[in-house]
Design a protein around this ligand. Structure first.
Ligand code: IPE
Ligand code: IPE
Ligand code: MG
Length: 249
């Protein structure tokens, strides 16, 4: 399986990012260019996700986090939202059958309360399977009804409630403790954030976690994004000088 990795030979295996996060954007424009409904773009985008997740696992990354549906995406038509949820359902059904065989862990980031009970039940099942898998296995995180601001607010509310109950003290709170209240608890911050489709913004993605992430943008629309594009993004990342506020030695 490792034979299909690093297609362009530009990725240095010794300096791989541990965690890549992707804003899977451009499905609608991809469909429009072809005279297809937006939902056809989401279907093609779901295929790209399958390919890229497999490729990330085979490359040897530890984590891939993808933005699938934001807290703002409810503004779209019921038809479009329904199509995205339907694709997620299909993916989860597949995942339930294959995660243990392929050693792929799956987690959700986001507020699952407004998600349909059927989809939530499937996510609960993938969570249980993930609990049984080896924590060292590759992990994909799907951001569903996710917003960086919403994630921070939910964390603050939970911490404040524990303070009010006398279980925590405000002065205990530091960056490490605060991180443990986020959906990404226990997961290292993304080293690299990729946004396809030419947009140069975060759109409420991983606001806390992106403090020192490297950014990579490409005009390629998500359904056209492939293994060679990911190699290009990783190679660009490997040429960056990450200083974290320090001075280069
Ligand atoms: C990303 O593609 C998928 C979601 C936001 C759910 P878009 O649907 O935003 O595609 P564009 O940006 O309209 O092309
Ligand atoms: C961000 O894309 C959300 C996802 C990819 C799920 P959007 O298409 O919703 O973002 P904007 O509206 O262009 O900022
Ligand atoms: Mg978009």
């Amino acid at each position: 399986m490792r034979g299909d990795q690093n297609k362009g030979g530009q990725v240095e295996q010794s300096r791989l990012p541990r965690h890549i996060a992707i804003i899977m954007d451009g499905n609608g424009r991809w469909a429009k260019q072809r005279g297809l409904p937006r939902t056809a773009g989401h279907k093609a985008g779901a295929e790209t996700f399958r390919r890229i997740a497999t490729y990330c696992k085979n490359l040897g990354l530890d984590y891939l986090t993808v933005y699938a549906f934001s807290t703002e995406n409810w503004k779209r038509s019921t038809e479009e939202v329904g199509a995205i949820m339907g694709l997620l359902k299909r993916y989860l059904l597949e995942a339930i059958d294959s995660m243990e065989r392929d050693n792929i862990r799956l987690r959700f980031f986001g507020d699952m309360t407004p998600i349909a009970p059927e989809l939530r039940a499937l996510a609960h099942t993938t969570d249980e399977i993930t609990d049984r898998l080896d924590p060292a296995d590759f992990q994909a995180n799907i951001c569903l009804n996710y917003g960086g601001r919403d994630e921070i607010l939910r964390a603050v509310r939970r911490f404040a409630a524990q303070c009010a109950a006398g279980e925590r003290k405000p002065e205990e709170l530091d960056e490490k403790l605060f991180s443990s209240y986020l959906d990404s608890a226990g997961i290292p911050d993304p080293d690299l954030i990729i946004r396809p489709s030419g947009e140069l913004r975060l759109s409420n993605f991983l606001l806390w976690q992106c403090a020192y992430s490297e950014f990579y943008y490409t005009d390629t629309l998500w359904p056209d994004f492939d293994e060679a594009e990911l190699d290009k993004a990783i190679a660009a990342y490997q040429h960056r000088d990450r200083r974290f506020g320090g001075v280069k030695k």
